[in-house]
Design a protein around this ligand. Structure first.
Ligand code: COA
Length: 146
């Protein structure tokens, strides 16, 4: 049986799960993004949850919280990002979650900044229609135009 993948708005009880998921050194290396300590993490999420222009979704895999997928505005550009707990990798969950987000977030263009070595994330974006807009020394910027 296929496990259902759904998005729903982030609630406070998701935060301890996201906190643990972002403490993973392998994920930190993959995303080229350092882990935050608990205080910094909770302060960051309190701030982004208070801003109504942010779209903050938990990714549900059956009844489990597999990770989060988010969209925010930065310098007039709408960006997206996502993070899954390692036990959920390799099952197509990020691709499905991004496809669902793209149905709900209709603003275009959308941008994603990805570490050059993060080929899995680049692949997820390309499977959902993003194309490479620019390559910099450490990151690749992908865009979804329509
Ligand atoms: C990146 C991440 C979201 C991917 O999630 P996922 O659910 O495993 O992704 P999917 O299974 O939907 O798709 C991954 C794709 O990348 C491919 N892939 C995985 N590792 C790869 C590699 N080293 N090189 C090339 N492709 C790779 C997979 O084969 C798959 O493509 P396919 O469907 O064509 O076979 C997840 O690993 C994660 O949360 N990492 C830590 C945080 C992070 O990097 N976030 C993104 C920041 S931009």
């Amino acid at each position: 049986m296929t496990t259902t993948i759904l998005l729903r708005d982030v609630v406070e009880s998701d935060l301890p799960i996201f906190f643990e998921q972002q403490l993973d050194p392998i994920a930190n290396e993959m995303a080229a993004f350092p882990a935050r300590d608990r205080e910094a993490f909770m302060t960051h999420w309190a701030k982004i949850m208070a801003d109504e222009s942010n779209i903050l979704k938990a990714i549900l895999y059956g009844d489990q919280v597999a990770g989060n997928i988010v969209s925010w505005e930065h310098d007039g550009e709408r960006e997206i990002g996502y993070w899954l707990g390692r036990e959920f990798w390799g099952k197509g969950i990020a691709t499905r979650a991004l496809a669902l987000l793209l149905e709900q977030v209709t603003m275009r263009p959308l941008y994603a900044y990805v570490a050059r070595h993060n080929l899995a994330s680049q692949r997820v974006l390309q499977k959902c229609g993003f194309t490479i807009m620019r390559e910099e020394i450490e990151e690749v910027i992908l865009i979804l135009r329509v």
